[in-house]
Design a binder for this molecule. Structure first.
Ligand code: IMP
Length: 458
C-alpha cells in the first residue's frame, strides 16, 4: 500500500512552479489506483498566489489553468482543503470551483476550515489605499495585509464559521464599526456603514449558501485521511523570501510560509511527510524589495522572453537574477527540506550561468543571509555552468503549441531520470547538492504535467 504524504514549498520569492509540482504529485498519487482518496491542502496566503498549471482538458487538448483562491488540486480533480490560516477569498474561490466544474466536471470533496478568515472588498480597498498613500510594498492588491491584521486583532476576524452562520449580518456590521476610523480615512465608507454593509451582504449571501456545506473542523478531517492511509499533499504559496518573519522584512507578504508552519496549523505530524522545496534555477522577484543577484547584463531579458516571466496574479514583469545558493541553502534549512525540485532548467539551456556562493556585506565575506538584503554584494563562483538539452525551439513562452519532436525529447529525458541529463546540468546539480546540503531530486524541463525528470530511485 502506498500512501503519498508530501509538502511543497517555495525556496525563493514565489513563482517557483509549485502548482505544477503539486499537480504532478497528484497525478502520481492517482496512478496507484488503490481506491485511496487524495487531498490537496492550502495552508496560508490567499488570492495573492497564482498557480499556473498546464494540463489536458476533457477534449485532450492542453490548456492553461490558473488558481488563486483554490488549492491547485482542483485541476487534478481530487479533494481540496482550505486551512485555518488561509486568507480566504470566497468570491474568487466560488468562481474557480464553478470554472473547474465546467472544464473538468470537478467532483472532488471540498473542505474549508471553520477558522479561515474571510477576505472582503474592504481588505482589497485598504490594500490599494495603503500602497498609494504610504510606503509601497508592491503588493498584489488582493487585501492580504489588511486581512491578516484583522486576524491578529482577533475581534475583527470574520471566520468561515461566522460567515455561514445566521449571525453573519450582525458580525459584519460589528466589524465595520470597529474598523470605522481607518475605513473612513480610506474613503471606503462614503455611503455610510449601513449602505456599504448591505452591498457586501448582497454579494456574499448567495456565496455563503453555496459554500456552507463545505465547513469542517479541518484538523480532524485531515487526521482521518492520514489514519486511513489516504494521500495528503500540502501546497505552499509564495516563497521563503516573502515570509512575514523570516523573509526580507518589510517587503514581504503577511503570512507564515514555511513548511513547519503547515504542520502546526493543520494538526499534522511533520515526520510523516516528505517536504520538497521548489527552486527555480534562476531567481525572480515581483513587487518591491532587493534581489541580491539581479541580472543587469541581458540575461534577465532572455529569460523573460523564453519563459514569459510575468506574474500570474498581476501580470507584472518579474525581475530576474542569477542562481543564489546562499539564499537557497537557508531556505532549505528553514523549511526542513528532504529534497529540492529545480524548475525551468530548459529555459536557460545554452546560457552561461554564474552562481552566487557568498555575500560581501561591508567587506565581510559571509555565507549567511542577513535581514537587510540591500547591504549584500553577491560573490560569484569562478566556474560557470552551461548545458544543452535539445536543438530547435527555444521559445518556451507558449507551452500550448509545442511541436511533437520537442514533446518526444522531453519524454526521453523524463524516462532517463536525472542521471540521463546532459553532463553540464548533472554537474550543476552535483555542486548544488554539495553546497546546499539537501539533494536535488527532480528537475523540470517543461511546463506541463509529466515534464519533470526525477532521480531514478525517488
Ligand atoms: P501581498 O502578499 O499581496 O501583500 O504582497 C506582498 C509582497 O509579496 C509583494 O512584493 C508581492 O509582489 C509579493 N507576492 C505576494 N504573492 C506572491 C506570489 O504568489 N508570487 C510572487 N510574489 C508574491
Amino acid at each position: 500500500m502506498v500512501q503519498i504524504l508530501k509538502s511543497y514549498v517555495g525556496l525563493g520569492f514565489g513563482d517557483e512552479g509549485k502548482g505544477n509540482q503539486v499537480d504532478g504529485g497528484v497525478a502520481f498519487a492517482k496512478s496507484f489506483d488503490e481506491g485511496k482518496r487524495t487531498v490537496v491542502v492550502r495552508f496560508q496566503g490567499g488570492p495573492n498566489a497564482g498557480h499556473t498549471i498546464y494540463s489536458y482538458g476533457l477534449d485532450g487538448k492542453l490548456i492553461e489553468f490558473i488558481t488563486h483562491a483554490a488549492p491547485s488540486g482542483l485541476i487534478g480533480n481530487v479533494d481540496i482543503a482550505v486551512g485555518p490560516s488561509v486568507a480566504f477569498d470566497t468570491e474568487k474561490f466560488i468562481n474557480e470551483l464553478k470554472g473547474a466544474g465546467e472544464l473538468f466536471r470537478y467532483n472532488g470533496r471540498v473542505m474549508i476550515s471553520e477558522r479561515a478568515g474571510i477576505l472582503f472588498d474592504y481588505h482589497r480597498k485598504l490594500d490599494v489605499w495603503r500602497e498609494m498613500s504610504g510606503k509601497k510594498i508592491g503588493t498584489t492588491k488582493s487585501g492580504i495585509g489588511p486581512l491578516y491584521e484583522d486576524n491578529e486583532r482577533r475581534t475583527t476576524r470574520i471566520t468561515f464559521y461566522d460567515y455561514i452562520s445566521n449571525r453573519f449580518h450582525d458580525k459584519l456590521k460589528e466589524v465595520l464599526k470597529l474598523k470605522k476610523l481607518e475605513l473612513s480615512a480610506a474613503g471606503i465608507l462614503e455611503e455610510g456603514i449601513d449602505k456599504y454593509c448591505e452591498k457586501l451582504i448582497a454579494i456574499h449571501d448567495p456565496i455563503r449558501k453555496e459554500l456552507a456545506p463545505f465547513v469542517e473542523r479541518l484538523e480532524y478531517r485531515l487526521r482521518e485521511y492520514l489514519m486511513n492511509g489516504d494521500n495528503i499533499i500540502i501546497e505552499g504559496s509564495q516563497g521563503t523570501g516573502l515570509d512575514v518573519d523570516m523573509g526580507s522584512i518589510s517587503d514581504v507578504t503577511s503570512s507564515h510560509l514555511l513548511a513547519p508552519y503547515a504542520f502546526a496549523s493543520l494538526g499534522l505530524p511533520r515526520n510523516a511527510f516528505k517536504i520538497y522545496g521548489v527552486e527555480k534555477v534562476y531567481v525572480t522577484r515581483v513587487g518591491e524589495g532587493v534581489l541580491p543577484t539581479l541580472a543587469t547584463d541581458g540575461f534577465g531579458d532572455i529569460v523573460v522572453k523564453n519563459a514569459g516571466e510575468f506574474g500570474a496574479t498581476t501580470r507584472r514583469k518579474r525581475r530576474v537574477g542569477y542562481p543564489d545558493w546562499v539564499f537557497t541553502k537557508r531556505s532549505a534549512m528553514l523549511n526542513d527540506c528532504d529534497g529540492i525540485i529545480l524548475t525551468r532548467v530548459d529555459v536557460v539551456q545554452d546560457l552561461e550561468l554564474k552562481v552566487c556562493c557568498s555575500y560581501d556585506i561591508n567587506g565581510e565575506i559571509v555565507e549567511e543571509v542577513p535581514l537587510d538584503l540591500s547591504t549584500v554584494k553577491p560573490i560569484y563562483k569562478d566556474k560557470k555552468f552551461k548545458w544543452h538539452l535539445w536543438d530547435g525551439p527555444s521559445d518556451l513562452s507558449n507551452p500550448i503549441d509545442v511541436d511533437n519532436q520537442l514533446k518526444d525529447k522531453r519524454k526521453e529525458y523524463v524516462e532517463g531520470g536525472l542521471e540521463g541529463l546532459p553532463l553540464g546540468l548533472q554537474n550543476y546539480i552535483k555542486e548544488h547538492d554539495n553546497y546546499v546540503g539537501c539533494p536535488i531530486i527532480g528537475a523540470s524541463i517543461g511546463p506541463s504535467r509529466g515534464e519533470t525528470v526525477f532521480k531514478r530511485n525517488v
